[in-house]
Design a binder for this molecule. Sequence first.
Ligand code: HSE
Length: 310
Amino acid sequence: MTEAPSVTATAPATIANLGPGFDLLGLALPAPCDRVTARLMGASGVRIASQIGDDGRLPTEAERNTAGIAAMATLRRAGIDVGIELDIDKGMPIGSGLGSSAASAAAAACAVNALIGSPLRRSELVAACVDAEAAVSGRHADNVAPSLLGGLVLVLSVDPLDIVRLPVPEGLLAVVATPDFELETRRAREALPKNVPLTDATFNSGRLAAFVTACFSNDLGLLARAVDDRLHVPARAPLIPGCEDVMQSARDAGALASSISGSGPSVFAFCHGAETSTRVASAMREAFAKAGLDSHAHVGSADSPGARTR
Ligand code: HSE
């Protein structure tokens, strides 16, 4: 018997917000990645055939699973009605602030699109993944866009989708420390203030402008001053044990800057130099340990590719 045609794609974890860019900035990491295999099946519709790496915690009904929703949205946008089965391999923890739901959606959209002959452009896949993200954690594209496109992106608008790619300063490294502690994006979004003082909006506008300028001018000193926030970090840091200490320890160990990754609980730091980043990773893990949390850390280039088939 011949095997049904299939395509496997991987999509990486991402750091959203990056300090001043709440719901606006996102960056692809080299690892960890989610992997999704899409296979043609006889009947029409999308079905999840298997899901591993989630300890049985994620829904396996396609219409409630980000990979399933992204697969359906990809078929709908392509105007193609075929049957597809998905095998999902979660490579990253859920509710960790690494864009786990976005990575599954991006890998599924990428695999399905390739399986049906690549009718959709990457930007159209981002739109399909935003639908999936909206169903589980809110309508934002700062995880799905970098997970699909790679590198560093600025999301100007979600509806309609308007995404700008930013250059990554040369040699910039990202360290991400992820504690053994789960914080649902939905809950972390509920903690946000409904209104912010004008002075805080002004503060963040300045930092975001400085961030973009630093990227174009390769100015790491300016980048260090730009990664700061008054919109989401003050509301979310208290939800993450040791958060302030972890960020301060990263800076004390030589990081250019540090902030919460996405909606947390992961904390990221920007560094220059491999030695510094290793030292920063240890310092961040030690600070989490002081708050009673085990953690693990990833160090990698801040200029990494997005979803790809293999
Ligand atoms: N921008 C989103 C948030 C990212 O901060 O809620 C979630 O990963």
